[in-house]
Design a binder for this molecule. Structure first.
Ligand SMILES: *Cc1c(COP(=O)(O)O)cnc(C)c1O
Length: 429
């Protein structure tokens, strides 16, 4: 047994499934998860001392590359002054200002510690503000694991083949309406029949938890129009897409203003920070100003905020997104070209520093399209690449991420290894 295997066996004796978040367990691809020892730039190393080019990026946060020296320095400096105070600090104002500068729709901002908390709080706020109970979410979108959002949720659950989670009372999910993504007619019909009872629509504006599927601009317009018409709150869940698909997130690409936005992942630069924010009149309903309760012992933690502030500074430097987008496109197009040469049905797309690839001939536009992708080929490609030192997300229902540390040489290395891998798996087609 190698060390990854040994540690996985040990872990399973004390941690359910050996992991602290399910998709890490390799459940949908099979095999032994790699236990990571360290990470630097575009690379991670496992406990066997094997090096991998990393396209997981801690599931999104690592946009400036792992262990960026300036971020590490900011964290060490903050830690020297104390790890947590449970009292307000100046840097909480500075990071809120930085966020609002980048995403002007977030007029008022509340920091939390995870994306789950951000979406859960935003939903509670939308319900408190509108005094309505029902919410709309879309099939294949994942918004964290709070009860009312675990209704036909995305990647982690799909991977394990459960339509929803045990332990969520029917009474909770009764208020969650799940509609197909990019389906304007279904949205119009639902508003026509139940519009006055709908507190909010929550959406991944570029879905990243059923692999990567962007909302069409017609769908975006319909969500904005219908929520306006019926007085519902439009929540953009940009926990993944914020600072990822573009500096200003999906909303800067769509050119619309959501009422509330949730962000996470990148704003902590690898530390646990997330936030929700938006229209000042809605945000003023949050306690202590208003009646919607929301709190957190470690919210706005000074060490985490230091990592986030530095990360936000780095990503605003000239050409950061031009370079990131160009490299991501190079990789995504390169993979498609290689698959074509190997005669494997395959498509891919990228937006900013995020990309998706699919073992199917046509680009998927909704969750049921994704379910028609060839899972067997995905698994084989995943393992062929992993064996050659390239780590993609261990599920066909995840997006992948490029960081600023993935230079042209690393992208070229990846494509070289992909060519070998595609040739290998082509034999099984
Ligand atoms: C990751 C993610 C979440 C949940 O964030 P956690 O920090 O894992 O709780 C919510 N929404 C989206 C779109 C995400 O990608």
């Amino acid at each position: 047994m190698d060390r990854n295997q040994q540690l996985f066996e040990q872990a399973k004796t004390i941690i359910p499934g050996g992991v602290n978040s399910p998709v890490r367990a390799f459940g949908s691809v099979g095999g032994i998860p790699r236990f990571i020892k360290k990470a630097q730039g575009a690379y991670v190393w496992d406990e066997n001392e094997s090096r991998y080019i990393d396209y997981v990026g801690s599931w999104g946060p690592a946009i400036v590359g792992h262990a960026h020296p300036e971020v590490v320095e900011a964290v060490s400096h903050a830690a020297e002054n104390g790890l947590s105070f449970g009292a307000p600090t100046e840097n909480e104002i500075r990071i809120a200002e930085a966020i609002r500068h980048i995403m002007p729709s977030m007029e008022q901002i509340r920091l939390v510690s995870s994306g789950t908390e951000a979406t859960m709080s935003a939903i509670r706020l939308a319900r408190g503000f509108t005094k309505r109970d029902n919410i709309i979410k879309f099939e294949g979108c994942y918004h964290g694991h709070s009860d009312s959002l675990l209704v036909k949720a995305g990647s982690g659950l799909l991977t394990f083949g459960h339509p929803s989670s045990a332990g969520v009372p029917e009474d909770f999910s009764r208020h969650t309406l799940v509609l197909p993504y990019n389906d304007i007619e279904a949205l119009e019909q639902t508003f026509a029949s139940k519009g006055d009872s709908i507190a909010c629509v929550i959406v991944e504006p570029i879905a990243g938890n059923m692999n990567m599927i962007p909302a069409t601009s017609e769908f975006v317009q319909a969500m904005r129009r219908l929520t306006d018409q019926y007085g519902s709150v439009l929540i953009y869940d940009e926990v993944m897409t914020g600072f990822r698909v573009a500096l200003g997130g999906a909303q800067s690409i769509h050119g619309i203003k959501p009422d509330l936005t949730t962000i996470g992942k990148i704003i902590g630069g690898g530390m646990p920070v997330a936030a929700f924010g938006g229209r000042a009149d809605i945000m003023s309903c949050v306690s202590p100003l208003g009646p919607v309760y929301q709190a957190g012992t470690l919210s706005g933690n000074p060490v985490c905020v230091a990592a986030g502030l530095k990360t936000l500074e780095i990503i605003q430097r000239p050409d950061f997104y031009n370079t990131l987008s160009a490299r991501t496109l190079e990789l995504s197009k390169g993979l498609a070209g290689i698959a074509e040469e190997a005669n494997i049905p395959f498509t891919s797309r990228s937006i900013g520093g995020m990309f998706g690839f699919y073992f199917t001939a046509e680009l998927p536009t909704c969750f049921s399209d994704m379910q028609r992708c060839n899972q067997v080929l995905f698994k084989e490609f995943f393992h062929a690449m992993l064996a050659r030192g390239v780590a993609f997300a261990p599920s066909a229902y995840e997006s992948c991420f490029v960081s600023a540390a993935h230079n042209s040489e690393i992208i070229a290395d990846t494509l070289g290894l992909a060519a070998e891998s595609m040739t290998e798996i082509a034999r099984t087609v």
